[in-house]
Design a binder for this molecule. Structure first.
Ligand code: 13P
Ligand code: SF4
Length: 303
């Protein structure tokens, strides 16, 4: 049954000249069928480069918006329109405007986990993969950082700038408590602990390494260690285990499941390709300034 559905999706992708992109947190079967999996930065770049006319974005709403911002000539489908990101919803363009008024002339660095209108009101975007580089590329001594307070604090520790934070956070990563990590470290003293900088600073302080989802694949692959405690959304385990059959990966907490990232099913993808809906688009007056903020980020060389 699942094989038939996957076959149907592959045929539809071909007929529609569509490409299927999936974030590293998607369900296993969605990652398995995707043309490309990746982190927020990698997928935005691929979305802009692809020659396909249609992008089926398996992720959450802000990611599909980023694809629509960078690829105006293409149709961007988000199979589940209700797949949002609570952190992105924690800052509005009105609130950001008020914050800018409090700190006149201070540039705004906005994490890509944000709406198009918030990006449009920002100077430059960043992802967890390049946030330190983006912040340190600015000549200014002060910055406004929205919406993730945890990523903001992680970056501030690697920068000599003064940060004005927003009090946003990822509810999924925030559920990981330092006590849970300490218990696992005691149970598996040989294991390395790697986490996403969206985790609480008390958790990041316990990490051997903190990085983006794609950074985690790279780091675990290169490491000579055989056991890892993973502090990010459970979807990452699929490829970690597939690519490293000789290593053991332990999820730091069963609470590390993002309900939004788990919404998209194979049936949803098939239906989106059949109906060519739901489409995510961004009006030009928002798209152009939002693209400027994303382009400034993309102009910074990757490692
Ligand atoms: P990235 O590491 O891909 O930026 O993902 C973080 C995240 O929470 C996406 O929702
Ligand atoms: Fe948003 Fe967190 Fe889910 Fe990522 S994992 S989509 S930041 S709620």
């Amino acid at each position: 049954m699942e094989e038939r559905l996957k076959q149907q999706i592959r045929e539809l992708l071909r007929d529609r000249n569509a490409v299927l992109l999936a974030h590293n947190y998607m369900r296993d079967e969605v990652q398995e069928i995707a043309d490309l999996t990746g982190d927020s930065l990698g997928l935005s770049i691929e979305a802009a480069k692809t020659e396909a006319e249609v992008i089926v974005f398996c992720g959450v709403h802000f990611m599909a918006e980023s694809a629509a911002i960078l690829s105006p000539g293409k149709k961007v489908l988000l199979p589940r329109l209700d797949a949002g990101c609570p952190m992105a919803d924690m800052v509005t363009s009105e609130a950001l405007t008020a914050l800018k008024t409090q700190h006149p002339g201070v540039p705004v660095v906005t994490y890509v986990n944000s709406s198009a209108v918030v990006k449009a009101a920002s100077d430059i975007c960043c992802t967890s993969a390049n946030a330190v580089k983006v912040v340190n590329s600015l000549p200014d001594k002060e910055i406004i950082f929205v919406p993730d307070r945890n990523l903001g604090r992680f970056v501030a520790a690697k920068s000599d700038k003064t940060f004005h934070y927003w009090d946003g956070y990822c509810p999924t990563h925030e559920r990981l408590r330092p006590e849970a990590v300490q218990q696992l470290k005691a149970a598996y003293p040989d294991a390395l602990f790697v986490c996403h900088p969206e985790c609480n600073p008390a958790v990041v302080a316990l990490a051997d390494h903190a990085c983006s989802t794609s950074g985690m694949y790279e780091w675990c692959r290169k490491s000579s260690a055989k056991r890892f405690i993973i502090g990010t959304e459970a979807g990452i385990l699929y490829k970690l285990r597939l690519d490293n059959p000789d290593k053991e990966f332990i999820l730091a907490s069963p609470a590390l499941v993002c309900p939004n990232m788990k919404l998209t099913s194979l049936e949803d993808i098939r239906d989106a390709l059949l109906t060519m809906k739901p489409v995510v688009s961004v009006p030009e007056e928002v798209r152009i300034p939002a693209k400027q903020a994303l382009d400034r980020m993309l102009a910074i060389p990757r490692d």
